[in-house]
Design a protein around this ligand. Structure first.
Ligand SMILES: *Cc1c(COP(=O)(O)O)cnc(C)c1O
Length: 393
């Protein structure tokens, strides 16, 4: 007998749960790529991609995952030998830094560890020390998917301005877009990177780079830019094929169209943000209660600095056993700890994308059952605490 039979739930921070409607929209014969419905549908994506990023500026679509979108942003932003300053708050900041460095950019890292967000005061100090204004761009992840720290992007912009530094601000929102509130223009973000398989509820395979006029202008001479990665023909295409530098990712575009319909035109972006906020608080309430009687804790102490799409949890010495129990016995796959001190102490609970109250409460109940089955010490009342958050809405 196994209680894992039934629809499985992949509660990892990407790929996220995909709506059946998105999958159904992709289930079709190959469309004509030279004319007709596909062209019109593709054109309709751009205003919605701007809306989801809260920008009036430009967006380029790439066939690729998040790593591809990083490389797209990097190659437009920099010339060989330029300097970049990367704010590191977990594994994804580290990886973005090495992705830029490998292209021949000189990278300074400001490392804030794995348990806290970036401190804008330290950024301002580092920029003031760069008297020759050599640093071309500051790179930061909005939500680091490993530590689940959420950075205060508006405060980071303010620190750059306070230092009187001209650096561009580039933000990786792959884990936070359409989950956590994000305001590209209002927060003064010049370049933003996203991907399809997280908050955008579409299979992995599309990467996006949004950029404003300032970035467009300042990056005209970047010599790392190659024909494939150049954002200009993609964002300002005169012919259809230029948007993708070749064949369009036809089926992914249909999936994305449906996902954007659901997010923007049915639920509404602010309601999407609010849903993620409530589900996140339910998870935090449960973990806090467990922590009252065991070696269990949220990784990020300050609630304001926690992402709303995924939560990193310490389960001292038992995280991997618990994760395996949940998958094997109950059909819920939780995320592994990533880039933390010890893999066996950490797991991540995703609450990202097409996720609702019963899924999050179900995942928490399964974790409770797993802790009971494995004899993991924990405090009482976790499920009550989570239910209270959901009941309050
Ligand atoms: C998932 C993720 C990435 C990497 O995306 P891939 O599609 O795995 O290449 C980069 N940054 C953040 C913040 C992410 O969450």
């Amino acid at each position: 007998m196994t209680l894992a039979q039934g629809r499985p739930y992949l509660a990892i921070p990407g790929p996220s749960v995909m709506p059946d409607r998105v999958l159904a929209a992709m289930h079709r014969a190959a469309p004509d790529i030279y004319a007709g419905a596909l062209h019109e549908m593709t054109a309709s994506l751009y205003p919605d991609l701007r809306a989801v990023a809260r920008t009036a500026h430009h967006v380029a679509i790439y066939i690729g995952n998040g790593h591809a979108a990083w490389e797209a942003a990097n190659s437009n932003l920099f010339s060989r030998g330029d300097r970049a300053l990367v704010l590191v708050t977990g594994q994804f900041g580290t990886s973005w830094a090495s992705s830029v460095e490998r292209l021949g950019v000189r990278v300074d890292r400001l490392d804030f560890g794995r348990h806290a967000p970036a401190d804008p005061a330290r950024l301002a100090e580092a920029l003031r020390a760069d008297r020759g204004h050599e640093i071309r761009a500051v790179l930061v992840t909005h939500v680091d998917t490993a530590s689940t720290a959420r950075n205060d992007v508006a405060a980071i912009r303010a620190a750059i301005d306070a230092a009187g530094h001209p650096a561009l601000l580039a933000v990786d929102c792959i884990a936070s877009l359409a989950c956590d509130p994000f305001e590209m223009d209002a927060w003064g973000v010049d370049v933003m990177v996203g991907a399809s398989q997280k908050g955008l509820m579409t299979p992995p395979g599309l990467g996006f780079v949004w950029f404003n006029e300032r970035a467009r202008d300042r990056c005209k001479g970047s010599d790392l830019r190659t024909p494939y990665w150049d954002w200009t023909p993609r964002a300002f295409a005169e012919e259809y094929w230029q948007q993708f530098c070749g064949t369009a990712p036809t089926h992914h575009l249909y999936g994305l169209r449906e996902a954007l319909n659901m997010l923007l035109h049915e639920e509404g972006l602010e309601a999407v943000w609010a849903r993620h906020a409530v589900l996140a608080r339910a998870v935090w309430a449960a973990v806090t209660a467990w922590g009252q009687g065991g070696d269990i804790a949220l990784n990020i102490a300050d609630p304001v600095a926690r992402g709303h799409s995924v939560t990193s949890v310490r389960v001292g010495g038992a995280a991997e056993r618990l994760r395996q129990w949940c998958a094997r016995e109950a059909g819920v796959t939780l995320g592994i700890g990533l880039g933390m001190e010890s893999a066996d102490d950490w797991l991540r609970i995703a609450h990202m994308g097409h996720v609702n109250a019963h899924m999050t409460l179900g995942a928490l109940s399964v974790i409770e059952a797993g802790m009971r089955a494995l004899g993991i010490a924990r405090g009482p009342g976790a499920l009550d605490a989570a239910a209270a958050v959901i009941a309050a809405g």
